[in-house]
Design a protein around this ligand. Structure first.
Ligand SMILES: [Ca+2]
Length: 484
């Protein structure tokens, strides 16, 4: 008679083990998020880049060649991929706005971490890494809505192993400006292949070399994180997404609705679904990274603006949308749509130049400053001068297959009329469907407050960098060392 309860006990234990196995079958999800980086790694064919760790990760991952942020600056892009909703839909489209309690998120605008916690996930935005790594996570959030400090369960890497399944972000500072030249093996400026919109100039080459030195630091950090995963036995059950929050800050990348502003590197390591060493030309928005992560965790991502790009519920994306609104002291409103070949840019404020005066760029971006100088001196060629025009057309169309740097506007070309109409309609539909809030003027008090804050940040940077009231940064910084 004692056998039955015993047997029953064994069965129960077996069921508990099975349930535990099902629970642990949920993968951990790790987002390694770089700052302000385009596809400037060896694996994307950039010869001057020194990225052995990222290249190794690529050989274990699927490499995406056409991935994009929804906004060309940290706060708008991060607000979007943290919620899975366009920043224009949730009123987070103006840079560094809506940070006070007054702007609590509506109940249906939820963070990915809130959704994952309900599915049993432990969540972390890792700052504290094991000391032997020699660096920490930046812990960046930078959202354009109120942050109540409860978005994540932890900021410590060491909490992850004992709290599986986990969803963790490691936000890295690289490659945010200011850039520092490497002390050892610095990038040779002569080996850099500059895009045609930049002048071939020593200051610009040196600035780009410093960027690639920052890329090399990023690479070492990514390598250290992946080794840590291996060492802790977490590799097998962790999906690794590596991407950047938006494009590089050259002269017309970050801040601008250009390909270099929106484009991000993206690789995903999850051999269960993605063949190691494969590449994909699929169009991917960072909103799809959010949707895919939720879907891998078994969370219904319906109602979000993105869709899974692999795994359960995969949906192929036909169009990528982008938005640029006020950034610091530069007011603007631009919407973009692109398919696999053409891109339509709608400038709502065509009377403004492409390149407005921007205090932060003047103090941190030698390429931006040098290009303006060379333009004044009449030393730029036609392609390089285009971005200096005092106003813009209301509409621009680019054939990205033949003109990846968006130098030849085809908006008036009769032979592209059907393409323009098609993309125009897509943009109109997207704006209506997502209830784009861009047309609502920003509260003048917010703008005034921002301009004030910006002016004081400018003074602080000028003092820190030893720049006079009319001086702009043209030097590259050495590392280790001090900012000028
Ligand atoms: Ca950024």
């Amino acid at each position: 008679m004692k056998l039955l309860p015993m047997l029953f006990g064994v069965l129960l234990a077996g069921a508990a083990t099975l349930a535990a196995a099902a629970e642990t079958a949920k993968p951990n999800i790790l987002w390694i998020i770089a700052e302000d980086a385009c596809k400037d790694f060896g694996c994307y064919g950039v010869e001057a880049a020194r990225t052995p760790n990222i290249d190794r990760l690529t050989s274990e991952s699927c490499l995406y060649r056409n991935a994009f942020a929804t906004g060309p600056v940290c706060s708008t892009s991060r607000s979007a991929f943290m919620t899975g909703l366009y920043q224009t839909r949730i009123g987070a489209h103006n840079h560094r706005s809506h940070r006070t309690r007054e702007f609590a998120r509506p109940a249906d605008v939820r963070l990915i971490t809130e959704r994952l916690r309900e599915a049993g996930y432990f969540t972390a935005n890792v700052r504290a890494l094991p000391p032997e790594l020699g660096f920490n996570g930046a812990g960046k959030t930078d959202w354009n809505f109120f942050d109540d400090g409860k978005a994540f369960n932890s900021a410590r890497w060491n909490d992850l192993k004992s709290h599986q399944p986990f969803y963790a972000q490691v936000n890295l500072h690289e490659t945010h400006r200011p850039y520092y030249r490497a002390a050892k093996n610095p990038t040779d400026p002569a080996k850099i292949k500059l895009p045609p919109y930049l002048a071939d100039d020593p200051i610009i080459r040196s600035d780009w070399a410093a960027y690639l030195d920052e890329v090399a630091v990023l690479d070492e950090e990514v390598g250290a994180l992946l080794r840590l995963l291996d060492r802790e036995g977490l590799r097998e059950n962790t999906v690794v997404f590596f991407f950047s929050d938006h494009g590089r800050e050259d002269f017309r990348g970050k801040y601008f609705p250009t390909e270099q502003g929106f484009e991000v590197p993206l690789m995903v390591r999850w051999p269960a679904l993605l063949k190691p060493g494969s590449t994909s030309e699929d169009l991917v928005s960072l909103l799809d990274v959010t949707a895919t992560s939720l879907s891998l965790a078994g969370v219904n991502a319906a109602g979000l603006d993105g869709a899974p790009f692999f795994g359960p519920g995969t949906k192929k994306r036909e169009f990528v949308f982008g938005a640029r609104d006020r950034i610091d002291d530069t007011l603007d409103r631009v919407r973009t749509v692109r398919d696999s070949r053409f891109k339509l840019v709608r400038n709502y404020e065509p009377q403004r130049p492409y390149l407005q005066r921007m205090a932060y760029a003047e103090l941190t971006n030698p390429s931006y400053n040098r290009m303006r100088q060379l333009y004044t001196e009449g030393k730029l060629n036609a392609d390089q001068s285009k971005f200096m025009a005092p106003s813009r057309p209301a509409e621009e169309l680019y054939d990205l297959q033949n003109d990846p740097f968006e130098l030849h506007n085809l908006a008036d070309a009769a032979k592209h009329e059907a393409t323009i109409k098609r993309l125009r309609q897509q943009l109109d539909t997207w704006i209506a469907d997502t209830r784009d809030q861009g047309a609502i003027p920003e509260d003048p008090r917010t703008v005034e407050e921002q301009l004030k804050r910006n002016a004081s940040a400018e003074q602080k940077l000028r003092a820190e960098f030893g720049l006079g009231p009319d001086e702009v940064l043209l030097k590259t910084f050495d590392h280790p060392g001090k900012k000028p």
